[in-house]
Every structure is written in C-alpha cells, then in structure tokens.
Write a protein that binds this ligand. Structure first.
Ligand SMILES: Nc1ncnc2c1ncn2[C@@H]1O[C@H](COP(=O)(O)OP(=O)(O)OP(=O)(O)O)[C@@H](O)[C@H]1O
Ligand SMILES: [Mg+2]
Length: 249
C-alpha cells in the first residue's frame, strides 16, 4: 500500500484563551505538496490555528504532528530545529525598515543559522548571500537587493517577505492572509508568484484568506472554521463560492 507522506496532522486539537474557547475537536491531515486554504469569518480562529500548528502557541487539548514531530510538546533545540524547517508569510511583511532588502532575506536563514553573521548581508557568509540573491531572483527583485526595505512598495515588500520565507528551503509554508494588505492587482501578483514557487518546489502550504476566489483558485483543499469547529473539509474542485460564503453566515 502506498501511503503519501503527511506533513501536518491535527488530532482533535482545542484552543482556549483563558476561559474563552476558540475552537475544539479539530482534526485533519495534510499530505506533502498539498495547498490548503483555511477560511472563516473574522475571529473564527484561523490565525490561532496556524500558530498552534507551527508550535508557536500551545494547544489546550489534542496533538499536532508537524513533519513527523509532535509540535505541541517540542521544546528547546527540537523546537528550534522544527521551526527552521517551516516558513511563515504574514499579512504584514515585518521587514526591518532600515536594513537592505538582501539583509532582510538573509534573516530568513536565522532559524537554521542563528547568530550575528545572519543579522546583516555584509556579515553573512557567501553561501548565505548567494541563497538570498537566488530567492530574490525567484521573486523578481534581484535588482533591489541593496535598496533599503522602507523604500519599497507594499507589493514589493510582500515579495521580499516571500523571499525571506523561502530562502531556507522550508518543507512547509504557513501564510496568514498573504495579500490582505495589498491592492487587488498587487494581491493577485503576489498570490500567483507565491503559488508558482510553492508548486515548483513541492512545498506543503496552508494559507488563510478572506478572498473566496483565492481560496478556491489556489487551494487544492479547503478547511473552514465556524462556531468553534471545523465545519468544512473538502476539495476545492467539489465546492463553489456560495458554499464558502455560507461559512460566513
Ligand atoms: N492572544 C490572544 N489572547 C486572547 N484572545 C485572543 C488572542 N488572540 C486571538 N484571540 C481571540 O481568539 C479568537 C480567534 O482569533 P484569531 O485571530 O485566530 O481569528 P482569525 O480567524 O484569524 O480572525 P481574522 O480573520 O480577523 O484574522 C478571537 O475571538 C480573538 O479575539
Ligand atoms: Mg487572522
């Protein structure tokens, strides 16, 4: 029997903040190379679920397996090693404004190479600078390597954030509303670029979006959170925009 590799498995996970429940009994498995859209209304718990899956915050119940490691109990070196194998793209790019674009991309290697040499491109080993330049080429911004990060447009900044996320060759990418801060045209460009890269590199990706068309276009599969539960887990091909809008009921 051929069993495809599972990169992320949530086993009946629950999260509460203090007394306030966010979600409970959420279970799913994501296979290697899958692109999954996580949808749901504001406050449904999408960002919280992503953080739990990455091991950034603890779950209140259940178990998260990420790349074969129990993420919710990993600590110290094991957790750092695990985090170095995943990448994150957020709604806000969080670039360091006064540093060069290249330095910001080099920062994406800090998970694997902690230490001062990866704080700035001028200190970074040649192999790291080359990797960062190659990531910038992939997002079409090699010519901007020496520009200060605060002299970029929103769309360019987000592409630099994508370069920073892919420079360490992550096995899994988490993207929390990767184009929400962009105008529709720049947002389309960023989504096209992001998914071209993840498909080329065979990366598993889980992304959140409020854009129903993006979820269906870029996701192979859709997970929907509503009312503190996983209300939807279906292939994108089996759904239409109306099915998704119902989640926002
Ligand atoms: N650090 C925190 N402490 C307490 N409550 C929190 C915290 N972070 C989020 N929450 C609450 O948990 C719930 C889920 O929030 P979360 O940010 O995960 O939702 P979301 O689906 O990502 O929403 P949005 O679409 O607006 O980004 C919300 O009610 C929120 O107020
Ligand atoms: Mg959110």
């Amino acid at each position: 029997m051929v069993v495809s590799a599972v990169d992320i498995e949530a086993r009946s996970i629950a999260k509460t903040y203090g007394e306030t429940p966010v979600f409970a009994d959420v279970s799913f498995r994501l296979a290697r190379g899958e692109a999954v859209a996580l949808v749901g209304a504001n406050g449904a718990g999408k960002s919280t679920l992503l953080r739990c899956l990455m091991g950034l915050i603890p779950v209140s119940d259940g178990q998260v397996n990420l790349l074969g490691v129990v993420a919710n109990t990993a600590k110290g070196r094991a957790l750092r090693t695990l985090r170095a194998r995943v990448g994150l793209v957020s709604q806000k790019h969080n670039l360091v404004p006064r540093l060069s674009v290249l330095s910001n991309v080099v920062h994406g290697l800090l998970g694997k190479e902690p230490g001062i040499r990866h704080w700035n491109h001028a200190l970074a080993p040649k192999a790291s600078r080359d990797a960062a330049m190659s990531a910038l080429e992939k997002v079409g911004l090699a010519d901007y390597a020496m520009r200060r990060a605060d002299r970029l447009s929103g769309g360019q900044s987000q592409r630099v954030a994508i370069a920073r996320a892919i420079v360490s060759a992550p096995e899994v990418l988490f993207a929390d509303e990767p184009c929400a801060s962009l105008d529709p045209s720049a947002g389309e460009d960023v989504m096209d670029l992001f998914f071209r890269l993840v498909k080329d590199e065979g990366v598993t990706v889980i992304f959140t979006s409020h854009n129903v068309d993006h979820a269906l276009r870029y996701g192979d599969r859709i997970l929907g959170l509503a009312g503190g539960a996983l209300k939807l887990d279906a292939t994108a091909a089996s759904l239409n925009p109306t099915d998704l809008r119902e989640l926002y009921g």
